[in-house]
Structures are given as C-alpha cells and as structure tokens.
Design a protein. Structure first.
Length: 218
C-alpha cells in the first residue's frame, strides 16, 4: 500500500539496541557530573572564603598595629595611677605616723618622774627575745644576739627592717623613779613589751637603758 514504510532490521537481537536508551548509564553519568559540580562548587566556595579570611586577617593586623600605641599609653597610665595611689597611701601613713609619734612624745613627757630625764631616744629594729626551755640569757644581753647565728636558716630578715622598738637612754636620781617610768611606759597603748636592758652608776646619777617594743610591728 502506498504511504506505508516499513523498516526491517536484519541484525542479531544483541545488536538491535540503536535506539534503546540505557537509563542506568544515563543516571550514573548524571550522578558523576553532579558530584563533580558539587566538588568544584565547594572548592570555589572554599577559595573565596579563604581569601576573605585572609583579607580580614590583614585588616585586623593593621588595626592591631594602630591600637598598640594606644594600649601602651593606657598601660602606662594604669601604672602611673597605681604608683600615684601608692604614693598617696605612703603620704597618709606618714601623716598618721607623725601624729602618733607626736602623741607618744607628749605621753612620755607626762609619765616621766621629775628626777628622771632622757639623754637619747632611738628607733631601731630588735628581734624579740625568744628563749628555749632551760636557756638563760647571760650578761643581760638582748636575746637577738643569741639567735642571730641561725637566723638565716629559719628566715632571712629584710635588708632594711622596719623599726619595731624604741630605746630610751637617760639618767635618774633614784632607782625607784626608773621603775615608775617603766611602769608608765607599760601602761601606754603604744608598746607591746617594755624591758630594762642596762642600769648602773654614772657621772650624773643612775644611767639606764630601756627597750620598748612597738605594737603592730613585726
């Protein structure tokens, strides 16, 4: 019949696959293409992010370079403020000490017997007397001379120790007046311990030396 076209394929069945679409192969190729596209896209995003971070790091370094002088000035101001506060505290301490010593001198003059007078007043550091059981101090010497030999083994003293004692040197007409003076010093609120170090006949009465340890000073 005219108008009808027939196509006859005489090839074996294994070769008759010209127009048959291999879906499985197409899916594999598509998947591999998508995977490659994802990898390339991720790598591109990574490169972009890397350069962005690098630029931000460079900008941060520039900012830190600009901030460093300001931070140095702030640190210097902080150190100056701390030093100023320390100076003010020392000044206040000096003022309080000045008032305390002024009151101390007034009180000493008040308790001093009329036949007793001072010829010397000395601020010094003395190790408080510490006697071992059964140990007796000889010749009336202060105990710090006995323990000074092994003081380095226990604790090294400061290079310039803070004064913790007042040494009174003076003369008296009678021994009783010296006792009255020692009792008066003991009753004052400034001293922790008062002891008589020396007493003897002198050219101008009875000479004595008294050590009074200050309170609140180690």
């Amino acid at each position: 019949m005219p108008g009808l076209n027939y196509k006859v394929n005489l090839l074996p069945p294994k070769l008759q696959r010209e127009e048959i679409v291999d879906v499985r192969r197409l899916l594999i190729i598509t998947g591999v293409a998508l995977l490659i596209a994802v990898i390339l896209g991720s790598y591109g995003v990574f490169i972009i992010s890397f350069y962005n971070v690098k630029n931000e790091l460079s900008a941060t370094k520039v900012e830190l370079t600009a901030v460093n002088p300001v931070a140095a000035r702030v640190e210097k101001m902080r150190a100056e403020r701390v030093e100023l506060e320390r100076t003010i505290e020392e000044y206040h301490l000096i003022l309080r000490s000045r008032k305390q010593w002024s009151d101390l001198l007034v009180d000493i003059n008040r308790i001093m017997p009329v036949d007793l007078w001072l010829v010397g007043l000395e601020l010094t550091y003395k190790q408080p007397e510490q006697k071992a059981p059964g140990q007796v101090s000889q010749s009336g010497a202060p105990a710090q001379r006995q323990v000074s030999g092994n003081s380095g083994a226990a604790k090294q003293p400061e290079a310039v120790p803070r004064p913790n004692a007042v040494i009174f040197k003076g003369n008296s007409r009678t021994v009783a007046s010296i006792g009255v003076f020692i009792n008066g010093l003991t009753c004052l609120p400034y001293f922790l311990e008062v002891r008589l170090d020396k007493i003897g006949e002198g050219t101008d009465g009875i000479q004595f030396e008294i050590t009074a340890f200050l309170k609140g000073v180690s």
